[in-house]
Design a protein around this ligand. Structure first.
Ligand code: AMP
Length: 260
């Protein structure tokens, strides 16, 4: 399952992602967490992102897209993930579409947490007060003033994604102001209904997109690799394990002639 949780800062995306991780065993990919880790580690990306994040602005698209692109290639992300805080701009959403297509993957749902901005500011203010009362350090961007800037960035750059995903018929909205358990239950209901639809729909191809202008690369296994006609051909995709013949005697990679 591949999901996007969409909503302004403080809407509860991280909390709901945590519930989904526990329930479905998915991994949570939070670009905010990845960027904060880069800042703490003092990597070149972290150094570039630090001031931008502290101001409450968005880190450039190419940086976050490259972080996400690398992350979703890792083995633990192969079977699914929850994107929390990504995409945040239309170019990021378009880049995500390209990345998923290249991997022969698709999104299952985009869940928007709808919230009231004034209530969000109050929520963040009480979170700051609670964190301080516990004697824990605050995040650089944990201030009402920075929150207002982050909300402005959300309205200008991220809110257009609601129309982007609605046009694709993927958007599902949830009342993010409801109690946490009710929000989690509503998301669970949405996912169950999406899973039901997917089960009754004709199977979509999970093959990666064809490389423009190039013949598909295939690996020849078995006897054909030695010049015999009874060999198995298989595409270089994740489906390879299923199609693997019982005994592989030799292999070589060739360019298959495109069909006339
Ligand atoms: P978050 O923890 O998701 O609230 O993100 C914290 C900060 O990290 C944001 O205010 C941005 O400065 C930066 N950030 C996180 N995700 C993205 C993204 N997808 N695009 C640009 N900046 C991001």
């Amino acid at each position: 399952m591949r999901l996007i949780l969409l909503g302004p800062p403080g809407a509860g995306k991280g909390t709901q992602a945590g519930h989904l991780v526990a329930r479905y065993g998915l991994i949570q990919l939070s670009t905010g967490d990845m960027l904060r880790a880069a800042v703490s580690a003092g990597t070149p990306i972290g150094q570039q992102a630090q001031d931008i994040m502290a101001r409450g602005a968005l880190v450039p698209d190419d940086i976050v897209v490259s972080i996400v692109g690398e992350r979703i290639e890792q083995p633990d992300a192969r079977d699914g993930f929850i994107l929390d805080g990504f995409p945040r701009t239309v170019p990021q959403a378009q880049a995500l579409d390209r990345l998923l297509t290249e991997h022969g993957q698709a999104l299952d749902a985009v869940i928007e947490l709808r919230v009231d901005e004034a209530a969000l500011v109050r929520r963040i203010e009480s979170r700051i007060a609670e964190t301080q009362a516990r004697g824990e350090p605050l995040r650089d961007d944990d201030s009402p003033e920075v929150l207002r800037r982050r909300l402005a960035a959300y309205r200008e750059q991220t809110a257009p994604l609601i129309a982007y995903y609605r046009r694709r018929g993927m958007l599902r909205s949830v009342d993010g102001m409801a109690p946490i358990g009710d929000v989690a239950a509503e998301i669970k209901r949405i996912l169950a209904s999406e899973a039901g639809k997917a089960a009754s729909a004709p199977r979509r191809s999970r093959r990666p997109a064809k490389r423009p202008g190039k013949s598909p690369r295939v690996t020849v296994v078995g006897k054909k690799a030695k010049g015999r006609a009874t060999a198995g051909l298989r595409h270089n995709t994740g489906a390879r394990r299923k199609l693997r013949p019982r005994r592989t005697t030799a292999r070589r990679t060739v360019a298959r002639k495109p069909k006339a």
